[in-house]
Ligand binder design. Structure first.
Ligand code: ARG
Ligand code: ZN
Length: 855
């Protein structure tokens, strides 16, 4: 049941048009369809279908009997079909009991009940039998019929007709027609009772587009941020890529039960409420920023994903890597580009590097899978985006734009591959094609290096070498083309004397610089020019030098992170002490806090315990790491103790504003508050309480609450209760309430248990499950205990049947169990073996197989 990239076959039949008629009833739905199909190549006519009951099938006007076709393992096969076929099908499905949230499913309850779809990657086959693969493109017309209790009936494209159902006074219908050819994974429909926020955008081509954001009436006021982001995204894509929107209507629907962030269905995006709703009173700044990024991401898919789509699911990174790169670039234009890069690199290092370091490591373009849902990973998305970034940087802005223009010109309306993408981008520069190995090879390359200065010759050489671990099941790794952005700094003046992009494309290479009058300090991998680990023979003092002299905020953050990692992980032989780091912070912070509070806040980052763990390959002791991390945090807090008082006073609470300065001040103030509590500044408890009581927005209120909970400030339980009372009616805020407890520094397994048993806990709402169980993974000392793992694997067992996609994603977090120190390792192994006896979904079984293979 493994599917391999090398076995790809084009479909025997294409579909010209599909007519769907979806009739929704109290406890089931009937779906009638008519497919006009035309033969492309020899072979059987194959349709996919899962969890559906076939009521009737006819071909070219004649009903088929069971002996006329074969039905097994999710496939319906007709042998010897004529070259042109009109298929008529009638099926029955049950959205009301669909807890997997794939296909057509029910969300919400009571008067807020709604029906929505999620078809990517293979959900359409749960709606009707269809050649459900991304390289089959068709024109869809959809009739939706339901009870008038659901006034909102939405489909892809343009609304062509609506009205009452004859003979059924309680029912009505709407007919939607989508004029663009699309694969079935982009199909969507919605049946609900929603309010709508409407706006307009006129495209650069003069098309007036109606923009609609649908949400339940209590949430409609939280749609303005998303609407503005949508308008900004539409302009941005016109300006930066020459891409305008192509329909008269763009709809977004907010849904409270959704497996992922959002979905780019043609003209009808469906969003997790957490990724579209935002208001200052209820949404933290970072979540609000994420809302804008996801809106942009889904909008950008209209060109990179929808108009040009993937030939097969192995090519997922073709649309996701490129689209993430595009949304990151959009976000970098909305805020400080340095801070944006810090956020993106921090995420990559924390999650993608960990994935690449474990048994679930896979190439950005995988070569085989059992369950494609298991490959919607940070490797495909974030490392995929880093590859596109390397291509863009290698080409330079002008040639990159020529390349993307060529890509859109050549492949519009087609389903293509990563090779096609590279071939279009390489019209100005053939070395682009060499980057294909980045898509094929798993593992994070490690770049090591040293320098040699020859005073007499006034020459500096930098020798760099690359190494990638050999991941089981793949070919021996080859050297990759690695762009290494480099600058030489004069030690005395602190100025840059040379800057160059080095291309390391062999196992080892030496780069030479002439006319260098004194030994410089070399800054490497500036702006994180490639997704690699860097080991350079720096002295701690060199890094401290770069922390003060580097010219952009990202590079300053990067060297700070190198210093912190050296202290915490002793990755260099010198066994770094915190002194140099503490002194550099003391010198940098006061000035920076004044000029760029957001960057100042980021410079205080200390990698999370999970990120630190990903760099440890054996005998990982969670208690030791937690201790070392806390010790360093305490040292920072203590050594800058006076600063916290000064800074907190310089950052008074103000009326809410969303200016960059206000955002920076709030981010820094929350960190300063936590530092002050850590350093036991006498007034800090007061500050926290006042910040909570007088907060102008959720960033302030939640920052104070989190600090009080983590430091167990006297009376914190009362604040938790107050928070619950205030926001009881708002699911997304109550998610915060769950997560602040589940991720607390002092959390116990009893707390987790009682959160899971809380009246507001809901197993069928992925956001709520994540708010407890994913939050819990931030405390490895509790997670990796018999009781902790018992709870965690218990959740996986429970979700294995009802929502296997979520169950499998939760499991993936345990991938590096084998690096644990004994007896934890043995204990974890036993728990995973036990889990294997209790699960049956192919999602969880595939992940578990790989994860246990690391033993
Ligand atoms: N294409 C969507 C996005 O990146 C993600 C959909 C993933 N859904 C899933 N069931 N795996 O925006
Ligand atoms: Zn996407």
């Amino acid at each position: 049941n493994k599917i391999n990239l090398k076995d790809y076959q084009p479909p025997s039949f294409n579909v010209d048009t599909v007519d769907l008629d979806i009739k929704l009833f109290e406890d089931y739905a009937q779906v009638d369809s008519t497919l006009k199909m035309v033969r492309q190549t020899a072979g059987d006519l194959v349709l996919f279908g899962e969890d559906i009951e076939l009521l009737h099938i006819a071909m070219n006007g004649e009903g088929l009997a069971p002996e006329d076709y074969q039905q097994d393992a999710g496939k319906l096969t007709i042998a010897d079909a004529p070259d042109t076929v009109i298929l008529e099908l009638s099926v029955k499905i049950c959205p009301q009991t669909n807890t997997a949230l794939e296909g057509l499913y029910i969300a919400g309850s009571g008067s807020e009940t709604m029906f929505v779809t999620q078809c990517e990657p293979e959900g359409f086959r749960k709606i009707t039998f269809y050649p459900d693969r991304p390289d089959v493109l068709a024109i869809f017309t959809t009739r939706i019929e339901a009870d008038k209790r659901y006034p909102t009936l939405l489909g892809n494209g343009n609304l062509v007709e609506q009205g009452d159902v004859t003979d059924a006074p309680d029912r009505h219908y709407a007919i939607w027609h989508d004029p663009t050819n699309k694969p079935s994974y982009l199909f969507a429909c919605v049946v609900a009772d929603l309010d709508v926020l409407t706006d307009y955008h006129t495209t650069s081509e003069g098309r007036k587009v109606t923009l609609e954001l649908y949400a339940k009436s209590a949430d409609i006021d939280k749609c303005h941020v998303g609407m503005q982001a949508l308008k900004d995204s539409m302009v941005w894509d016109e300006v930066n890529y020459g891409r305008a929107y192509d329909l008269d209507r763009y709809m977004i629907v907010a849904v409270s039960q959704f497996n992922m962030g959002a979905m780019e269905n043609k003209g009808l995006n469906i969003f997790n409420t957490a990724c579209v709703l935002s208001s200052p009173e209820t949404t933290t700044d970072s979540r609000s920023f994420n809302v804008k990024a996801v809106i942009a991401h889904e909008y950008f898919h209209n060109w990179t994903g929808n108009r040009i789509t993937c030939r097969d699911w192995f090519q997922l990174c073709l649309k996701e890597g490129f689209t993430v790169f595009r949304d990151q670039s959009f976000s970098a234009d909305q805020q400080s580009s340095a801070v944006q890069r810090i956020d993106d690199v921090a995420t990559l290092r924390a999650y993608q590097f960990a994935e690449d370091a474990g048994p679930l490591a896979h190439p950005v373009r995988p070569e085989s899978f059992v369950e494609i849902n298991n490959f919607y990973t940070t490797t495909v998305y974030e490392k995929g985006a880093e590859i596109v970034r390397m291509l863009a940087n290698t080409l330079g802005a002008e040639n990159f734009r020529k390349g993307t223009d060529e890509y859109f010109r050549r492949y519009d309306g087609q389903a293509v591959t990563v090779e096609d993408f590279l071939s279009a981008l390489s019209i100005t520069d053939s070395k682009i094609e060499k980057f294909i190995d980045w898509y094929r090879q798993p593992g994070t390359p490690v770049v090591s290096g040293h320098q040699h200065y020859d005073e007499k010759m006034q020459n500096l050489t930098i020798t760099l070498s690359q190494q990638t671990r050999h991941v089981a099941g793949f070919d021996a790794p080859k050297p990759l083309p690695i762009p290494v952005a480099t600058a030489l700094f004069n030690r005395e003046s602190g100025n840059i004397i040379a800057a160059q992009m080095l291309l390391l494309d062999q196992a080892s290479q030496t780069f030479s610089f002439d006319n260098v009058t004194s030994e410089p300090i070399v800054s490497l991998l500036r702006d994180f020019s490639a997704p690699v680990q860097l080991n350079y023979d720096y002295q701690d003092e060199d890094l401290a030098f770069l922390l003060t002299h580097e010219t952009n905020g990202f590079n300053r953050w990067q060297v700070t992170q190198m210093l912190v990692n050296r202290i915490l992980l002793s990755t260099n032989d010198a066994n770094s002490k915190p002194d140099v780091y503490l002194q550099a912070l003391a010198e940098t912070l006061p000035k920076l806090a004044h000029n760029d509070a957001m960057l100042a806040a980021r410079l205080l980052d200390i990698p999370s315990p999970q990120e630190l763990a990903s760099a440890i390959h054996k005998e990982y002791d969670p208690v030791l790491i937690k201790q070392q991390r806390e010790d360093l945090y305490k040292q920072v807090a203590d050594s800058l103790k006076e600063q916290w008082t000064i800074l907190y006073q310089q950052l008074p609470l103000q009326a809410y504003s969303d200016s960059p300065e206000a955002l920076g001040a709030r981010a820094l103030r929350n960190i300063v508050l936590d530092m002050a509590l850590t350093a036991e500044v006498a007034e800090a408890t007061n500050w926290a309480q006042q910040q909570y009581d007088n907060a102008s927005c959720m960033t302030e209120r939640f920052g104070a609450l989190k600090a009080m909970v983590n430091h167990q400030v006297a009376g914190y339980e009362g604040y938790l209760a107050d928070f619950y009372q205030r926001f009881q009616a708002d699911d997304l805020v109550i998610d915060l309430w769950f997560s602040v407890q589940a991720s607390a520094d002092h959390v116990s397994t009893d707390t987790i248990k009682s959160l899971l048993a809380h009246a507001d806990f809901d197993w069928n709402t992925p956001n709520r499950v994540r708010s407890v169980i994913s939050a819990f993974t931030s405390q490895p000392t509790v997670l990796w205990t018999p009781k902790g793992l018992d709870i965690y694997t218990g959740v996986i067992k429970k979700l294995d049947d009802s929502n296997p996609l979520i169950a499998s994603r939760l499991l993936q977090v345990l991938a590096r169990w084998y690096t644990l120190v004994e007896p934890r390792r043995q204990m974890a192994h036993e728990q995973l073996l036990d889990l294997q006896q209790h699960v049956s979904s192919k999602h969880v079984l595939e992940s578990l197989d790989t994860v246990l293979g690391a033993a």
